[in-house]
Design a protein around this ligand. Structure first.
Ligand code: CP3
Length: 346
């Protein structure tokens, strides 16, 4: 593990010359290099072919100059490995034509040995690591609640009606589903650690759908189980990204993560004062800031960095992923502005 990299050091709240910067969804459609490969392949072909996954993972390191790579894959490979049919429909996103709604549906899902089917991910990690040099690689998985939501809803949703119906009407069945996903997620992340990732991020992208008690009961509890289940002898840092973290951060503090990745609703400096100082913070620029002219972006990021000056345990990212029509220059401008800001030492 690259324990001297900016990312790992910042995740461990050690001294760094400047904060590291990377972005969620940094490999994707906003890059012409990505589009060039995408024209000839479907999305599943891309993440299931280790050489293609490697090339796309490396693109933002070469083109944007980020301080970390994140493996090119998807959180929904886990339900697919558990036996669900997954389709990516252009313009609609991921879909499960046969969503999980009943006890027999949950029973049918396979958890034992399912992570072994994701060999293409482990192979991609090994290939990326050969080419990355001293830049760290981030592996990832979805949080059990977010993955369960996709499995129950069958695709994207605005109301979260099906998953919330399940939580409120049949909490025992929801628990059985979450337990199964948790088991596969632990195996999956343990394979990723063995294959060489330097950091792990758990994406709870749909947690903001939940009220306080349900977040503890159905999301936090299972993220905690995932982290406790890791076989992590070198202590690869664990980042938990949670949409809703502006509200749930006081609960996330005790989940066992090294880093909490914040959405854009909260003030980072204010959050720094509230969260235990041995936990690093990641985030939290509004992704839409990247639609502004580069000069505006530069000034905004400079002012924001100034506010975090001298703080240990700070990783620059967005509050959620890069959108497909963001100009590459805008993303690069954030990276360059952070790299010019060499004053994060105490
Ligand atoms: O961050 C990275 O650069 C690594 C790759 C990555 C992807 N998906 C690539 C992708 C990661 C970490 C994910 C995680 C993921 N996938 C999440 C959690 C993070 C988040 O953004 O909330 C979720 C909810 C998914 C499910 C998913 N997969 C969605 C909602 C979509 C987008 C649908 C759309 O068309 O906008 C996908 C497809 C997907 N995942 C693409 C990429 C680059 C687009 C594929 C394409 O059509 O080219």
């Amino acid at each position: 593990m690259l324990s001297q990299s900016l990312l790992v050091k910042a995740a461990r709240c050690e001294d760094v010359v400047r904060p590291p910067v990377w972005f969620m969804r940094q490999a994707g459609r906003y890059m012409k290099e990505y589009q060039a490969i995408r024209r000839n392949h479907t999305f599943p072909e891309m993440y299931k072919t280790p050489e293609i996954a490697r090339d796309i993972t490396l693109q933002p390191v070469h083109v944007i100059g980020v301080d970390a790579a994140i493996l090119f894959s998807d959180i929904l490979v886990v339900p697919e490995a558990m036996g669900m049919t997954l389709e990516f429909v252009d313009g609609k996103g991921p879909m499960f034509p046969n969503p999980v709604r009943s006890a027999p549906d949950v029973k049918r899902l396979v958890s034992d040995g399912s992570a072994d089917k994701l060999e293409f991910v482990y192979e991609a990690i090994k290939l990326v690591k050969k080419d990355l040099g001293d830049i760290p690689l981030i592996g990832f998985a979805g949080a059990p609640f977010t993955v369960a939501s996709y499995m129950v809803e069958g695709g994207g949703t605005k109301s979260f009606k099906e998953i919330k119906k399940l939580l409120f009407k049949n909490p025992d069945l929801a628990d059985r589903l979450l337990e199964k996903i948790t088991k596969v997620t632990i195996d999956y992340l343990n394979h990723q650690i063995k294959s060489g990732v330097d950091t792990i991020q758990i994406f709870d992208s749909w947690a903001n759908a939940l009220a306080w008690n349900e977040f503890s009961r159905f999301s936090l509890k299972y993220i905690q189980k995932v982290i406790q289940g890791l076989d992590n002898p070198e202590h690869v840092p664990v980042i938990v990204f949670c949409k809703g973290s502006s509200v749930f951060a006081p609960l996330l503090e005790n989940v066992g993560a090294d880093v909490i990745s914040l959405d854009w609703n909260c003030d980072m400096r204010d959050m720094r004062d509230k969260i235990r100082e041995d936990i690093a913070l990641q985030g939290n620029l509004d992704p839409m800031l990247l639609y502004a002219p580069v000069e505006t972006i530069r000034k905004h990021v400079q002012t924001w960095l100034k506010g975090m000056e001298g703080q240990r345990g700070f990783i620059v990212n967005l509050g959620h992923g890069i959108l497909p029509d963001i100009p590459v220059e805008a993303v690069k401008c954030v990276v360059d502005t952070v790299k010019e800001f060499e004053t994060c030492r105490k």
